[in-house]
Design a protein around this ligand. Structure first.
Ligand code: CA2
Length: 144
């Protein structure tokens, strides 16, 4: 099984600012946790981050051609704005799990809509980095 974990804009800044919302751990720590989870589950995987909407769309499309079996995605701010990411997820028809580090439902009104979430089989929020582990486990258990 091969999974792709995608992270959107500013998540490369984790642990540097807004530690009260997103925690003190860095993007490097998240990368290590995700890669450790792939190894423990005995699966192939990649973690990808971009600050650019089109690059995120390109990477989702690439997943269709490179044998990826499932996607874990935290589109970050593009969650609440991007029909392009929603359309890309629909186009590739791979099972996708939406992850948010913070508990988005208790935050500002503008964060209450998720476009990407409409193409996802599950959403996990408010569990910090552990949400990524749960998302990988869910895809392994249900789609391996
Ligand atoms: O809770 C999440 O994971 C979010 O997807 C994070 C996004 C936010 O726009 C979503 O509403 C919820 C923001 C990611 C920005 O990350 C930062 C990290 C360090 C410093 C500043 C921003």
């Amino acid at each position: 099984m091969k999974l792709l974990v995608i992270n959107g804009p500013n998540l490369n800044m984790l642990g540097i600012r807004e530690k009260n919302i997103y925690g003190a751990e860095t993007y490097e720590d998240l990368k290590n946790l995700v890669e450790k989870t792939f190894a423990e589950k005995g699966i192939e995987g990649e973690i990808y981050q971009s600050n650019h909407e089109g690059d995120l769309v390109d990477r989702i499309q690439q997943a269709y051609f490179d044998g990826t079996n499932g996607i874990v995605i935290n589109p970050a701010a593009y969650t609440h704005t991007s029909v392009a990411i929603l359309d890309a997820l629909k186009a590739v028809m791979l099972p996708a799990v939406e992850v948010h580090i913070s508990d988005v439902k208790t935050r500002e009104d503008f964060r209450q809509i998720s476009y990407a979430g409409k193409a996802c089989v599950k959403t996990i929020m408010g569990k910090g980095f552990q949400g990524y582990v749960e998302a990988i486990e869910y895809l392994v258990e249900n789609y391996k």
